[in-house]
Design a protein around this ligand. Structure first.
Ligand SMILES: *Cc1c(COP(=O)(O)O)cnc(C)c1O
Length: 440
C-alpha cells in the first residue's frame, strides 16, 4: 500500500504552479509559502484531497501583503478611532499613491536642489488659516503638545485647569505626556469651575505658558465655569490651546467646537489640533500660531523625531485643497436624504427576504470631537445576529448593536459603499438560509 501522504505535492512544485507563482510576485514568497503549508497540512490530515492542494493554497492566500483590511464604517460614529478615524478623500488617497514612490517632497525640480520639506502641505494649511503667523505639522496632536512642552517649558511650569486634565484614550493622559518632558504642571481651579483669577494667581517667574485643552471626549454640565482664551491672553504668558478636533474655522453644526481661526484671533499664541478628526485628513498634529514661536518649534532637535512622512504630507495637502473629505460630507448630510437612502436599501433587502427595517437613529461625531452632539440619522435595522456575521464577511461591515438590533447607519456609509453593504448583507442572508436547513 502506498502512503497517501506521498501524493501530496511538494512545496516547490506547488510554488511552480502559475497561479501560485503569480501570487509570489504580488505578495512575496513568505506569505505564499505559509498558504501552501496550510494547504499541505490539511491534505496530510485528510481534510482535503492531495489534488486539491493548489486550489486550497490559492484560497488561503491573503488579499494583500498587509493584514490591514478595508472595512465599512456603518456605526454612525463619524470619527471612529478603532476604524482608523477619518477616511481619506479620493483626492487624498490619490495623492498618497502618487507620493508613495520617489517624490519631490524635499526637492526643487526647477532648480535641482533641496527644497523645504512638505512646502505644499504647509502652504495649504497656512492659506486655510490666514490668522496663523506660521504653521508646522508633526505626527499627531500628542506630538504637537509634546513639542510645545519641550520647547517652551523645560524646567518650567505649564498652568492648566483641573477640569482639563484629559485622558485621550488607550490610557494616555495629556498631563502625563507633558510631565514626561520634565515640565511641571501647575494645576489650577477645580474639576467643574476654573476662573481667570485662578490662572492669574498661579503665574510667576517659572510660568512657561497657560494651556487650555478642549474637553473633546467628555462633557461636564451643571455648575461649571471656564476661562476663555481672550481673558487668558490678557494675563501675559503665552496661551497654548489644544482644540482637539481640527476645525480650522467655525462649523455651523458644531457651535461649541473650538476652531483654529477663532482661537488665534482671541489671542492664542499657538493652537494644536489633530489632522484625522473633523478636518477629515491623515493622522497629523497641526501647529498654528505666532511665527517666531512656530520657528522655534520647527528648529528644536526633537522636531525631527516627530516629523511626518511624505504620505501624510501628500494626504494633508489634498485634504486641504481638494474636494470635501468624507467626514465633512457625513457631517453635512441631510437627514431626509439619509432616510431615503436607508429606505431604498431596506426595500432592496426585504425584496430578497432579509428582515430589514428603517429606523430613526442618532449619529455621533466620536473620536474626540463634539461630545454630546448627536446628528439625526437613519439606519437599516437587522437582527442582532447579523452583527458578527457582517464583520466576518469579505468586506467587513461594522454596524452597532442598539435596541437589540444590528444597525447600519447611513450617515457613515458612503454613497459609493452602499452596493458593498447590500452585497454583504445578502451574503450573510444566503449563508443564514443554508445553515437553517435541517441537517441530513
Ligand atoms: C484627540 C485629541 C488629542 C490627541 O490627538 P492625537 O492626534 O490622537 O494625538 C489631544 N487632545 C485633544 C483635545 C483631543 O481631542
Amino acid at each position: 500500500m502506498s502512503d497517501p501522504r506521498r501524493l501530496i505535492p511538494g512545496t516547490d512544485s506547488v510554488l511552480a504552479e502559475p497561479r501560485i507563482a503569480a501570487a509570489v510576485r504580488t505578495l512575496g514568497r513568505p506569505l505564499v509559502k505559509a498558504a501552501v503549508a496550510e494547504a499541505q497540512r490539511r491534505a496530510r490530515t485528510g481534510e482535503i484531497a492531495p489534488e486539491d492542494v493548489v486550489d486550497a493554497a490559492v484560497g488561503h492566500l491573503p488579499e494583500r501583503a498587509s493584514g490591514l483590511r478595508p472595512v465599512i464604517n456603518a456605526t454612525g460614529v463619524l470619527v471612529h478611532t478603532n476604524l482608523g478615524r477619518a477616511p481619506l478623500s479620493h483626492a487624498a488617497r490619490d495623492a498618497v499613491t502618487a507620493a508613495a514612490g520617489c517624490t519631490d517632497v524635499e526637492f526643487d525640480l526647477a532648480e535641482g536642489r533641496r527644497a523645504r520639506r512638505g512646502r505644499g502641505a504647509l502652504a495649504a494649511l497656512a492659506e486655510a488659516v490666514p490668522d496663523a503667523g506660521a504653521v508646522h505639522v508633526v505626527n499627531n496632536n500628542a506630538a504637537a503638545l509634546l513639542l510645545c512642552a519641550l520647547v517652551m517649558a523645560p524646567g518650567l511650569e505649564i498652568v492648566i485647569s483641573r477640569g482639563e486634565l484629559v485622558e485621550i484614550g488607550d490610557g494616555f493622559r495629556i498631563p502625563e505626556l507633558l510631565a514626561s518632558t520634565g515640565a511641571r504642571l501647575r494645576e489650577v481651579g477645580t474639576t467643574n469651575r476654573t476662573h481667570v483669577r485662578d490662572y492669574a494667581e498661579a503665574i510667576g517667574p517659572d510660568t512657561a505658558f497657560l494651556l487650555k485643552v478642549h474637553a473633546s471626549n467628555f462633557h461636564i454640565s451643571g455648575f461649571t465655569a471656564a476661562a476663555d482664551v481672550a481673558e487668558l491672553a490678557a494675563l501675559g504668558p503665552p496661551v497654548v490651546v489644544d482644540i482637539g478636533s481640527g476645525l480650522l474655522a467655525p462649523h455651523p453644526l458644531l457651535p461649541r467646537e473650538p476652531d483654529a481661526a477663532t482661537t488665534l484671533r482671541a489671542g492664542a499664541a499657538l493652537v494644536t489640533a489633530s489632522g484625522d478628526k473633523l478636518l477629515g485628513g491623515p493622522q497629523a498634529g497641526l501647529l498654528l500660531g505666532e511665527a517666531e514661536l512656530v520657528e522655534r518649534l520647527r528648529r528644536h532637535p526633537a522636531a525631527r523625531a516627530l516629523r511626518v512622512d511624505k504620505l501624510t504630507l501628500a494626504a494633508l495637502e489634498a485634504t486641504l485643497r481638494g474636494p470635501e473629505p468624507p467626514v465633512r460630507a457625513a457631517l453635512a448630510a441631510d437627514e431626509t436624504a439619509l432616510r431615503e437612502r436607508a429606505t431604498r436599501l431596506a426595500e432592496r433587502l426585504r425584496a430578497e427576504g432579509v428582515p430589514a427595517q428603517v429606523l430613526r437613529t442618532e449619529a455621533a461625531v466620536g473620536g474626540g470631537g463634539a461630545p454630546g452632539v448627536t446628528l439625526p440619522s437613519a439606519a437599516v435595522g437587522l437582527p442582532a445576529r447579523y452583527g458578527p456575521l457582517l464583520r466576518a464577511g469579505a468586506v467587513p461591515v461594522i454596524g452597532r448593536l442598539e435596541r437589540g438590533r444590528c444597525l447600519l447607519d447611513l450617515r457613515t456609509i458612503g454613497v459609493e459603499e452602499e452596493r458593498s453593504v447590500l452585497e454583504a448583507v445578502l451574503a450573510v442572508h444566503g449563508d443564514d438560509h443554508r445553515s437553517e436547513r435541517p441537517c441530513r
